[in-house]
Every structure is written in structure tokens, then in C-alpha cells.
Design a protein around this ligand. Structure first.
Ligand SMILES: *[C@@H]1O[C@H](CO)[C@@H](O)[C@H](O)[C@H]1NC(C)=O
Ligand SMILES: *[C@@H]1O[C@H](CO)[C@@H](O)[C@H](O)[C@H]1NC(C)=O
Ligand SMILES: *[C@@H]1O[C@H](CO)[C@@H](O)[C@H](O)[C@H]1NC(C)=O
Length: 342
């Protein structure tokens, strides 16, 4: 009797033990990478890939417990191969950046069209996610292939259906419209110190007339507009871009608004904000003439918030008084700010 009671209690202990273990996460499988559970996502591996100047996708390595892989990672074991069929050399630049917790950003730029492209994504020689990815015909950004309508273009590139900021800026003109023919006259009378470009798009060709003297930034807007015209049939249109690094159309309700496209704005101005010239250049020339683009900068984000210094920082030229005032006011407050002009 004693023996069987002992057995019974051992049995119960074991049972409890097993229950306790199975309700705990199984730690032993968290340190093992799972190629099947790992994911590859982004426009660069999309079967309906559209020609962007620079393509990109993300690789997230997962462990066998289905969590982001947090163990030590040998970054050199992630290999990306571009395969052309029929087999031929693929002219491509690629960059792999390790971001954090098993997450990689992969960027590439195709230099020549490929009739049928597939991309293999491997870690330690094992395919990751659904690799290899079949892309099919892969065009390059420079291809003058404006087959799409604007509507199709927005759909193909998965653009959001609206942008609140743009809608808000344009709302001002919704009821009154824009008196296009008056703009050149108003430009000469009211904004004689402003620099910029009066653009026209006619039959998918870009025309531009500069005003003012400092119009170097035109190169960037020409670049991005040309890249867009290569991809879609844009409607005929005219618009005016001003290229100083300060908005121009003061928010004065007594004055008729002037629809400037600008790289900056504020609540005191009515300029329609569109991408800043460096962003345009980075978008078109990343991995070509531009090395330090926005995606490259993401690498710096690998530091967890808990390890970051709780300070705001600023670096920039002394291009206007607001900057000088800001820096002289906060330069000494080193507990919260790290600001200098350079
Ligand atoms: C890893 O462990 C967890 C917890 O025990 C389990 O639910 C999961 O199925 C395991 N995964 C694999 C791939 O063995
Ligand atoms: C933990 O996971 C490993 C591998 O996934 C498995 O061999 C082992 O049996 C699991 N242990 C338990 C207690 O589930
Ligand atoms: C400000 O930042 C720079 C660059 O990281 C650093 O070298 C410098 O020590 C910082 N200054 C202060 C006061 O924290």
C-alpha cells in the first residue's frame, strides 16, 4: 500500500510538473531560427513590382516560437540573389542593413531591364519566407513607359486614397478655384523677391520657366517629375513651385491666397507643402549618386528607446534668423537640448 501511494504521488508530481512546464513558454526553441516562420515583405519582392528608382523590402527573422529573433545574428549569413531567366547577368546594386531584433532592410537598384527576374532570400543557405520570389518582367526607373493612367498608377503603387495634409492645403481653393491666368501677373507684383519655377505638363512632357535668380533646386523637382512622367500619363496641368527654404504666402485672410508649392510651411502660411528637395533627390538617386538616403538612416534606429539620451538635437546652417534665435536660446540648456549651427 505504501509503495502504491508513493507511486501515486510521484505520478501526480510528474503530472503537475509536466503541466507547469507546458504552461511556461518552451525557451529551448526561442534561440533557434525558423526560416519558415521568418517573413520577407515590401514592394521590392511584390510579384506586381512597380519600377521605383530604388527597390526595397524587409526580412524579419523569427525564432521557432514564432517571435522576432533576438539572439546573436551573423549578418553575413543573409544572402540575396537576383536571378534572371533566361540566365544572364543582372545589373543590380544591393545593400543589406541590419536594423534590430532580426530585422533587415534590403535595398536594390536595377540598372537594366530584366525579362524575367526572381529574387532568392536565404539565411545560412536556407530559403526564408516564400523565397524565391518571382518578379517577372522588371523595368527600370529610367524606362519611358507611361502606359498607366493616373488612376491606375496610384493603384499600382499602392498610394493611399487621400493625403490629409494635401486635402487641407487644397481646401482653400475648392470653392473659389485658382485663376491661373492671373498668377504670372501676381507673381511679378506681389512676390518679386521670390524664386521658383512655373511648370507646365502638356502631353506628358515637362516644361518649366524659372523666375527669380536662385533656382538651383529646380534640378531636384525636374528629376522627380520626370521620373513620374516616365510611369504614367499625367493630365495637362500648370503649377508654381517656389524654391526658397521659407514659405511665401502669408496667411492673411484679406489677401487672395497664392498656390505656391513649397518645401516647408507653417500655420502662418498657406503654401502647399510638397517634398523637400533633398527627399526628391534621395528618392530618385538613392544607391546611385546619393549614398546617405532616408533608408540608410534607419540603421541608426536600432538603439532601443531605453538606451537613448532624452534630448532634442538640431544641426543646420544659419540660413535664417529663427535658427539663430533658436540656437542662441537653447544652446546653454544642455540638460534637454544639444543644438548647434554648422
Ligand atoms: C516552441 O515552443 C512553444 C511553447 O512550448 C510551442 O507552443 C511551439 O509549438 C514550439 N514551436 C516549435 C516550432 O516547436
Ligand atoms: C521544446 O521545444 C523543443 C524543440 O522545439 C522540443 O524538442 C522539446 O520537446 C520542447 N519541450 C517541451 C517540454 O515541450
Ligand atoms: C552634443 O552632441 C555631440 C554629438 O553627439 C556630442 O559630441 C556632444 O558632447 C553633445 N553635447 C552635449 C552638451 O551633450
Amino acid at each position: 500500500m505504501v509503495v502504491s501511494r508513493l507511486l501515486l504521488s510521484i505520478f501526480f508530481y510528474n503530472y503537475c510538473f509536466i503541466l507547469a512546464v507546458s504552461s511556461e513558454p518552451n525557451r529551448s526553441n526561442l534561440s533557434r531560427l525558423s526560416p519558415g516562420l521568418s517573413t520577407v515583405e515590401g514592394p521590392g519582392v511584390d510579384g506586381k513590382r512597380q519600377p521605383l528608382p530604388m527597390e526595397y523590402f524587409y526580412v524579419q527573422l523569427m525564432n521557432e516560437g514564432g517571435e522576432k529573433f533576438k539572439g546573436a545574428i551573423d549578418e553575413s549569413l543573409l544572402t540575396i540573389d537576383f536571378i534572371s531567366s533566361p540566365e544572364s547577368r543582372v545589373f543590380v546594386n544591393k545593400k543589406i542593413h541590419y536594423l534590430r531584433e532580426g530585422l533587415f532592410a534590403v535595398r536594390y537598384r536595377l540598372h537594366r531591364e530584366v525579362a524575367s527576374l526572381s529574387i532568392s532570400v536565404k539565411y545560412n543557405n536556407q530559403h526564408i519566407g516564400d523565397s524565391p520570389y518571382t518578379i517577372g518582367k522588371a523595368l527600370v526607373d529610367k524606362c519611358f513607359c507611361p502606359e498607366r493612367t493616373v488612376k491606375q498608377w496610384l493603384k499600382d503603387f499602392k498610394c493611399p486614397s487621400s493625403y490629409r495634409q494635401v486635402d487641407d492645403s487644397l481646401a482653400l481653393y475648392k470653392s473659389k478655384g485658382i485663376k491661373l491666368s492671373q498668377l504670372p501677373v501676381r507673381l511679378a507684383n506681389e512676390f518679386s523677391n521670390t524664386h521658383g519655377i512655373h511648370y507646365s505638363i502638356v502631353n506628358n512632357k515637362l516644361y518649366g520657366k524659372t523666375f527669380g535668380t536662385i533656382t538651383d533646386f529646380r534640378a531636384m523637382s525636374d528629376m522627380i517629375l520626370t521620373s513620374m512622367l516616365n510611369k504614367a500619363q499625367l493630365p495637362d496641368m500648370e503649377f508654381i513651385v517656389q524654391v526658397s527654404d521659407w514659405p511665401q504666402d502669408k496667411n492673411d485672410p484679406k489677401k487672395e491666397p497664392f498656390p505656391f508649392f513649397s518645401c516647408c510651411g507653417s500655420e502662418y502660411y498657406r503654401d502647399i507643402v510638397w517634398p523637400q528637395y533633398d527627399l526628391m533627390r534621395h528618392t530618385v538617386q538613392a544607391m546611385d549618386r546619393v549614398e546617405l538616403d532616408m533608408m540608410w538612416l534607419q540603421q541608426g534606429l536600432s538603439l532601443p528607446w531605453s538606451e537613448r539620451i532624452p534630448k532634442a538635437f538640431f544641426r543646420g546652417r544659419d540660413s535664417n534668423k529663427v535658427r539663430l534665435d533658436f540656437v542662441s536660446k537653447y544652446r546653454k540648456k544642455t540638460d534637454l537640448f544639444n543644438v548647434t549651427l554648422d
